[in-house]
Design a protein around this ligand. Structure first.
Ligand code: GLU
Ligand code: MG
Length: 437
């Protein structure tokens, strides 16, 4: 038994992707408890800790956050004086009904709808890139030296994630200066989003224990390497068998996965508002950044918005269980529950409409004529936060995925943040967000 003291903290992750909550004594986590109090307008907190105004709630109302005992992530390996002990919570009304603005509820409902209507479940894994500042001169890209300069950050992170039950796969020095990446094993959609929260908080806490700072900002500097959040997804049938792979056409999406990802591409302009939700998200979403810039399904192409990932045949491995598609137009300013939730809702629209699989396009859209791009279904993603928010508002189907209060809160938060940085030049925007995330 460890002698690191423990005080569990019950949390929710809000529309600015900040994980907020309160410590709760162990005894109050027991089944039948009433959790902690919460205020509706907290949903409208911005990254700048202002409350977006106007918002649907004002100063009125009370809610509770109830713990999900199945979603507790604890480890004493972060170097902190108190155990890292995060308990994911669901926001409910005072009679225990799920609050129709709770982001975690939004995802849970989307997954339940997918399952009820199609029998399909979603496996997902969030892959995070981030910057460590304070470790000194940057080593070469992907180098042993860069990894060792940060030692023992990576082994401690992996051990902490493992102990907490977040199933880490890898962590390593990435391409950018002092940039690192951590990947987690695929899991049920809700668990995957919980683990994304755990990963972000654990990386931050661990960096702090080294006297460094971790930043998940999508664009540390205008000419710098971006930090993406890549969301890997695959479908599982009611029988538990992989449903993204088609044995008759290896390397191509099954009809169901084709329809699902066609739905995602069809709603891309609206989706970017949720998954790339701030002004500087659009500094990253540009061609030739290995991020995402067109409504594009690509085969193992890191410029594509949806990348069909490789499968490995070494040792006779089964491709069906590995086969997955990566959504690359997300960053860590996005709430992981909302991000995955809207992907599921868009995918479900594609399944309902039985959309044909999108064409797999190779080549550089930038060198194609407008007509050629249109013929291949390649359209530029929104190029600014405001354009993306407008696209979300203009997408009548996407609007219906949200309760009216959730949608207006989201728009209010994102517009309040835009107003906060109005007049900043791009360098100041980068600097501001680098300090916030
Ligand atoms: N850093 C790139 C991004 O902004 C991704 C690079 C990679 O493919 O790992 O998304
Ligand atoms: Mg990467």
């Amino acid at each position: 038994m460890s002698d690191v003291p423990s005080l569990p903290t019950l949390v929710t992750t809000d529309l600015a992707a900040i994980t907020r909550g309160r410590p709760i004594p162990e005894a109050r986590l027991a089944p039948g408890g009433t959790g902690i109090g919460w205020v509706p307008a907290n949903l409208c907190l911005t990254a700048f800790n202002t409350i977006a105004d106007p918002n649907p709630f004002g100063s009125v109302g009370d809610l509770r956050i109830l713990p999900d005992p199945a979603a507790r992530y604890a480890t004493d390996r972060t170097g902190s004086a108190t155990r890292f002990d995060l308990v994911m919570g669901d926001i409910v009304t005072l009679d225990g009904t799920p609050w129709d603005c709770c982001p975690r509820h939004f995802l849970r409902e989307a997954l339940a709808m997918l399952k009820a209507e199609t029998g399909l479940s979603l496996l997902a894994a969030f892959e995070h890139e981030f910057l460590l500042t304070g470790i000194g001169a940057a080593g070469h890209a992907f180098s042993f030296e860069a990894l060792r300069q940060a030692d023992p950050f990576v082994p401690r992170l992996l051990a902490g994630l493992e102990e907490a039950g977040a199933e880490p796969e890898l962590a390593f020095a990435e391409y950018g200066a002092n940039q690192f990446e951590a990947t987690l094993a695929p899991a049920d959609g809700l668990v995957a989003a919980d683990r994304a929260v755990v990963l972000r908080e654990m990386v931050r806490e661990l960096a702090q224990s080294f006297g460094w700072r971790a930043s998940f900002t999508p664009k540390p500097a205008l000419d710098g390497v971006g930090n993406g959040v890549h969301i890997h997804m695959s479908l599982v049938g009611a029988d538990g068998a992989p449903a993204t792979f088609d044995p008759a056409r290896p390397g191509r999406l099954s009809a169901k996965a084709g329809a699902f990802f066609a739905g995602v591409l069809a709603h891309m302009p609206a989706l970017t508002a949720i998954t790339a939700p701030a002004e500087l998200s659009y500094y990253r979403l540009k061609p030739h950044n290995w991020s995402a810039s067109y409504t594009w399904l690509g085969d193992r192409d890191r410029e594509a918005t949806l990348r069909i990932c490789p499968t490995v045949a070494i040792g006779g491995r089964d491709p069906a269980r590995q086969f997955n598609v990566e959504y690359r137009a997300a960053d860590a300013l996005a709430n992981p529950y909302l991000a995955l939730g809207v992907l599921v809702r868009a995918g479900l629209e594609g399944l309902r409409a039985e959309l044909p699989a999108p064409p797999v396009v190779s080549g550089d859209p930038g060198t194609m004529s407008e007509a050629e791009r249109a013929e291949k279904g390649l359209f530029r993603l929104p190029e600014s936060c405001e354009a993306a928010l407008d696209a979300l508002e203009a997408d009548a189907t996407a609007r219906r995925w949200f309760s009216p209060d959730l949608l207006s809160s989201f728009l209010a938060v994102r517009r309040a943040e835009r107003a906060h940085i109005a007049g900043f030049d791009a360098a100041a925007v980068c600097e501001t967000y680098r300090m916030l995330y």
